[in-house]
Design a protein around this ligand. Structure first.
Ligand code: NOJ
Ligand code: CA
Length: 713
């Protein structure tokens, strides 16, 4: 390790870095340099294949009280180490994950105050992670971070795929632009949401994906966000320097710290091949191993639900139209006239259970089952839901018995309506209710402004809440899929019962005016790096006026694109979101959704370019079968792949679900072809996908006889 550490004196332009220590990645492609300037201010910089990717960038904090942790530091200790280990995730894209890095830990002493701050750098073959640590010490106990001053100084005016910085929502379409264009495009990029707080004309969220003019891909994010507030990035667009911008509380305080403590990791992934960013497991590797010992109760699931019909406005969460306001415990539901559009009726739920059982789905989600939906947001109402009282037409016991008899799991829904204190008050009874009726998974949600007032979706108080709800769920052996929660940062390694999050613009927006046709070619480069998304794919009817005459939205995607999402958007929790009757209209395409698994042993990214296209092959867990997905964003493009990932000793039956030649995501989204081929590891495919289109392939190991009459690929 000694060779990784050397000390030299640098006289650069600005800043003047006087002392520098260096760390290399295991493969030697990266070099990170840590320095102090003449004022004792810390800096880091990063190069990849001998070219700078992060110019000298400052490190440190403004504190609310006392001397800032910005300069006046001296190095009192440095240690280096190497780590190389392999771990097995409970679920994931891979059976095994290698965690391999070189580490440099620098302990700084602020000479005037005697305060100690350690900065730990881990350099992987896919990028850099670093965090600040505050050891127990006499001169630093409680302190309030006013601003984190970590910088990420870019080397140029890169292309970025960004969403507006916001303390309350991530449900935005991505904008592709030069960094210098962010300011001019910001206003247009801020589309409506029920809770949103933007903060700067050049503020963006992480994970932020970029590409340099030289074809280097750079991704900025964070890992292991715990007991801290969410990091955004604010761009100084004169100098192309991003500054960390933490999410404050109502008083402007960013983080309450108590030493000993650590910050989340700041991550910088870099590669000259976009596929490496998608395959990177750095975010997970920077999180702690699972704290759940017996994980046998954590199970990936494919599910359907009483959901899309409400999202499209075909039916309602609410049971009655009679109440202007609802007071739980006082409003008399038994006497109310049902509105006739309530989705979560026992009868309707049974239909979904039958559909799930007949088509091999594991679970059924039901929303709008509990009283309160007539008056659930918009009034800063605290006691909105009790999470245990069903509507009169939802027979929880009968539904449970019926589901059990059909071998189907029910999935609970807890819309907190962001009344977080109310949710915490009810959490134990809510989880106990679930266990009593056999529900092992919950979809939670945080629509609207957070209560207590002054908190927001991504500040420290809420980050603590999400983890509290998740840990308590683990105590009850409950899996969590939280919507509108903070975007994931790899915490599912530590708490694998976090089987998905929404925390981005999901399919629901296709019903609220539509999303950009290339949205799904960006998400795997950004949102998915921190953990799986409950994107809820599988929409077959794109003209939503067919479901609800008042809904003018159009789903900007072809059917083949929807199928591909089950492979390209990795998640151990996958929904088939459309209504059963729409699947029954296209049984041959639906077959792919029935066949595609949610558990994998191996993933190979075959083609990738952010905003443009992604093609991935995945091998089913404990099986010889493979599945391929291609999503295509911008224009008709021919994807060219080789099947050399297949076992050379086997033959396979490949079924290719693709856009028909005349498919068009706007005018002809349901035009697809299904072709069957005999394939081996020598096979190759050239397949065209239209804008907003794609293709999906199931590759099933077969008997030679079975496939002998099929055309060879
Ligand atoms: C927003 C969620 O994303 C959506 O899935 C859910 O149906 C609604 N909130 C109601 O809880
Ligand atoms: Ca949402």
């Amino acid at each position: 390790m000694k060779k990784l550490l050397f000390i030299c004196f640098l006289i650069l332009g600005a800043p003047q870095l006087v002392l520098s220590q260096s760390l290399e990645s295991p493969d030697g492609n990266f070099e990170m340099k840590f320095s102090l300037n003449e004022k004792g201010k810390p800096f880091y910089q990063l190069s990849y294949k001998n070219e700078p990717v992060i110019k000298p960038s400052a490190l440190g904090f403004d504190l609310k009280e006392g001397e800032d942790l910005i300069d006046g530091f001296a190095i009192i200790d440095t240690t280096t180490s190497s780590y190389d280990n392999t771990w097995k995730p409970v679920w994931g894209e891979e059976k095994e994950i290698r965690n391999h890095y070189n580490e440099l830990a620098v302990t700084l002493n602020q000479e005037e105050t005697g305060r100690k701050m350690l900065i730990r750098f881990r350099l992987f073959n896919d990028g850099l992670g670093f965090r600040y640590e505050f050891p127990q010490q006499d001169s630093l106990g409680h302190f309030v971070i006013e601003d984190e001053k970590t910088e990420f100084a870019m080397t140029g005016d890169h292309t970025a795929w960004w969403i507006p910085g916001d303390y309350d929502t991530q449900e935005y379409d991505y904008t592709e632009s030069k960094l210098s264009e962010i300011r001019g495009l910001m206003e247009k990029s801020i589309t409506g949401n029920l809770s949103q707080t933007s903060f700067s004309p050049t503020g963006v969220q992480t994970s932020l994906m970029m590409k340099t003019d030289d074809g280097i891909y750079i991704n900025l994010h964070e890992a292991a966000l715990k007991e801290y507030s969410t990091m955004h990035l604010n761009l100084d667009d004169k100098n192309m320097v991003f500054e960390a911008w933490l999410t404050p509380d109502v008083n402007g305080d960013k983080v309450f710290m108590i030493a000993p403590s650590v910050t989340p990791w700041r991550t910088i992934m870099v590669s000259d091949d976009a596929r490496d960013i998608l395959a990177s497991k750095m975010t997970y590797n920077l999180n702690d191993p699972s704290k759940i010992e017996d994980t046998s109760w954590i199970k990936p699931m494919k599910y359907v639900g009483v959901w899309w019909e409400m999202i499209t406005g075909k039916s309602t969460w609410a049971y009655t139209d009679e109440f202007e306001a609802v007071k739980l415990g006082e409003t008399n539901y038994e006497a109310a006239k049902p509105n006739g559009t309530h989705g979560a009726t026992t009868e309707n739920v049974k239909k979904y259970i039958d559909f799930a059982a007949e088509n091999g789905f594991d679970g059924v989600l039901v929303e709008g089952w509990n009283i309160g939906w007539e008056d659930w947001f918009g009034h800063s109402k605290e006691y909105v839901f009790d999470f245990v009282t069903p509507y009169p037409d939802f027979d929880v016991e009968e539904i449970q018995k019926y589901a059990e008899s059909k071998g189907v799991e029910m999935i609970m829904h807890h819309e907190t309506s962001s009344s977080v204190r109310n949710y915490e008050r009810h959490l134990d009874t809510a989880y106990q209710f679930m266990k009593k009726y056999g529900y092992d998974a919950v979809k939670s949600g945080y629509v609207g402004d957070i209560l207590p007032k002054g908190q927001n979706h991504y500040n420290q108080w809420m980050v603590n809440h999400y983890l509290y709800a998740l840990k308590k769920a683990a105590d009850y052996h409950i899996m969590v899929n939280a919507h509108e929660a903070v975007r994931p940062t790899g915490l599912a390694r530590t708490w694998p019962n976090l089987i998905a999050n929404e925390s981005a613009r999901g399919t629901e927006y296709q019903s609220f005016g539509g999303s950009k046709p290339n949205h799904v070619t960006v998400l795997p480069f950004t949102r998915l790096l921190g953990g799986p998304m409950d994107y809820t794919p599988g929409i077959f009817e794109m003209d939503l006026s067919k479901l609800n005459p008042d809904n003018e939205s159009h789903v900007n995607s072809t059917i083949a694109n929807q199928l591909a999402l089950y492979v390209t958007m990795y998640s151990p929790l996958q929904m088939a979101a459309d209504l059963p009757e729409n699947y029954m209209r296209f049984p041959d395409a639906f077959q792919f959704i029935k066949d595609v698994p949610v558990e994998w042993d191996k993933s190979i990214y075959l083609e990738a370019e952010p905003g443009d296209y992604i093609t991935v092959a995945r091998k089913e867990k404990n099986s010889d079968d493979w599945f391929v997905g291609n999503v295509n964003g911008k224009r008709t493009r021919t994807s060219k792949i080789s099947f050399d990932f297949l076992d050379p000793d086997k033959v396979y039956l490949a079924t290719v679900y693709a856009d028909a030649k005349d498919a068009d995501y706007k005018t002809n989204p349901q035009a697809y072809t299904i072709k069957k081929y005999r394939v081996t590891n020598k096979s190759k495919l050239s397949q065209a996908s239209v804008e907003g289109g794609g293709y999906a392939i199931s590759i099933i190991a077969a008997d030679k006889k079975e496939v002998k009459n099929l055309p060879k690929l």
